[in-house]
Design a protein around this ligand. Structure first.
Ligand code: ATR
Length: 283
């Protein structure tokens, strides 16, 4: 393979594509998965120009690329580029995983299933019959709705600062809901039903801001989950802990979405515990 689309992708058959990209932990995660499962693969960063995502992908395919993770700001362009989309990618309206097979570009989305795996398996929190509050109605929230509904919760309430966006999501996902009353929308102040699980899918934590939640949002023994992660608990996690909730950040979601992408590409499911512990120790 020669250089071109991104010299960092030389000799790689898998890449993470974004802009910026140097900070991405995906190459380290996938290198560890490959070593643990004895898969012969090379994974690198690929910096695509902001106006050159599709060209970078096509060049990578020409050079022998077999798959890619896609991150900010290209998840919508990846959706548009794919020849085929999985159901979960269609529902999310965005693609974070591409697989290149016999000239076909498959677009998938593993973010939502990564979230659910982290909650159900790693945190040991069964979602069936639970009351779930999802905060936010942007791309991150949208990707979570279908995988959460598939766990058969009693309720899934989407609360957003701009309530009309939450209502729009509910309209789009009503068809996936088993019964009409399960999925609903509201503003933050109305979310007071004592939820079993509260997921922060807003980008508020990035600015160290807190969605203005009522204390009554957290039920007894609630789990509060922030999709963001860092060396310190987010303001949302601090607020939730002060109201008696168990808290968890999104580091496990990062590792689980990667494991699912690895499975899509290689048909092998890696263990995630050691990677999770290593990443946690490096934060
Ligand atoms: P992402 O891809 O991370 O979901 P996005 O699509 O821009 O990013 O969506 C950001 C989400 O965070 C939206 O739900 C946004 O609320 P609005 O739809 O009302 O804009 C929410 N958000 C961002 N900053 C927020 C804040 N300070 N408080 C509450 N919600 C916030």
């Amino acid at each position: 393979m020669t250089g071109g689309a991104g010299s960092t992708a030389c000799f790689a058959d898998y890449v993470v594509i974004g802009n910026p990209i140097a900070h991405s932990r995906s190459p380290a995660i996938h290198a560890r998965f490959a070593a643990d499962t004895a898969q012969d693969m090379r994974y690198a960063h690929l910096l695509a120009p902001l106006d050159g995502f599709a060209a970078a992908v096509r060049e990578f395919i020409d050079q022998g690329g077999r798959g890619a993770n896609v991150t900010v700001p290209f998840k919508l362009e990846a959706y548009a580029l794919a020849d085929q989309l999985t159901t979960r990618a269609k529902a999310a309206g965005a693609v974070n995983t591409l697989k290149f097979d016999n000239g076909v570009i498959l677009g998938d989305n593993t973010d939502g299933v990564g979230l659910v795996s982290d909650i159900v398996r790693n945190a040991g929190f069964d979602l069936a019959h639970k009351k779930i509050l999802l905060l936010g109605a942007g791309g991150a929230a949208r990707g979570a709705v279908l995988p959460l509904l598939e766990e058969r919760p009693a309720q899934l309430v989407i609360a957003n600062r701009t309530v009309t966006k939450a209502e729009e999501l509910v309209r789009q996902f009503q068809q996936y809901s088993e019964q009409p009353g399960i999925l609903s929308a509201c503003g933050f102040a109305q979310a007071t039903q004592g939820f079993d699980l509260v997921i922060n899918a807003t980008s508020a934590s990035l600015q160290a801001e807190l969605p203005p939640l009522a204390a009554g949002a957290f039920g007894p023994a609630a789990l509060a989950y922030d999709m963001m992660y860092g060396s310190q608990p987010t303001v949302f996690m601090q607020f939730a802990a002060a109201h008696g909730a168990r808290v968890r950040d999104g580091l496990g979601m990062l590792v689980e979405q990667a494991a699912e992408a690895f499975f899509v590409w290689r048909g092998v499911r890696p263990h995630t515990d050691a990677v999770f512990a290593a990443l946690r120790s490096q934060l």
